[in-house]
Design a protein around this ligand. Sequence first.
Ligand code: NAD
Length: 284
Amino acid sequence: MTTLIDGRKAALRIREQVAEKVARAAHVHGRVPGLATILVGDDPASAVYVAAKRRAIREAGMSDMHHTLPEHASHKDVAAVIDQLADDPDVCGILLQLPLPKGLDAAALIDHIPVSKDVDGLTTASAGLLARGVDGLRPCTPAGVLCLLDAEDIELRGAHAVVVGHSELVGRPMVRMFLQRDATVTVAHKHTVDLPAVTRQADILVVAAGVRGLIGREHVKPGAVVVDVGIHRTANGLRGDVRSGELHGHARLLTPVPGGVGPMTIAMLLANTLQAFEQERLCR
Ligand code: NAD
């Protein structure tokens, strides 16, 4: 029996909890968290993602503070917007939508975001806090994966977690988060030799390779928990990195695409913004 993990339901629960806390803050402090999104250029997929994030921000009762910059914006232009938002006391969180147009240095621009407003958890400072195991704002997608595993009561301590993919956005922070929870962690990537032999060791397999259908039955130990982070737009809708049809009756738990990790990413963005807001109030 394979159970599908319902990411939409879990995400909705988090979004409702965040909205309740935002409403209480509005009532008690007369203030709500403000989240500023920055979209540079006209990549259609990025525009769709930012629109979804802004909708979620408003639905949570937060203040939606959006900035659009043209495709030809310079490093200085983008940095100036970030610096201005960094100084704005009404802004609790800053999100620079990736990817950026060619020619812009994403890592350098992200590092303009102050660690206290880094609701995407992608600055070098936030990565350092995570690497040290110190509290901080965590990258939304791996944080969402942990949240789903926790909601299913999956024991992480001592479990063998295999993460496929080692990007700064998903794979690396996922590895660090598993380590912080005392899992035994293996990380695989595109240069890994004999991927099925590595992934078959996993009690928990997280796949974030960005390769459609990369993982099938031969990669998965019977009874494993499989989390599919991949997102691919196809003529038949969204698909993941996992050939999920092959895992029914083989894996114990599986996240579907769509409706698995994807909805959790936005929910964790809202949760991070609330965390930044509460932290900032404590520091005032
Ligand atoms: P990336 O391209 O930055 O990194 C891909 C990683 O996978 C690299 O470490 C690479 O070495 C590894 N890889 C590539 N081919 C491989 C192979 N054949 N075997 C083993 N490893 C391989 O991608 P990313 O930004 O980490 O995103 C990964 C996927 O997750 C993409 O499909 C992306 O769309 C999706 N994603 C989803 C969410 C969400 O909210 N669900 C969020 C972020 C990214």
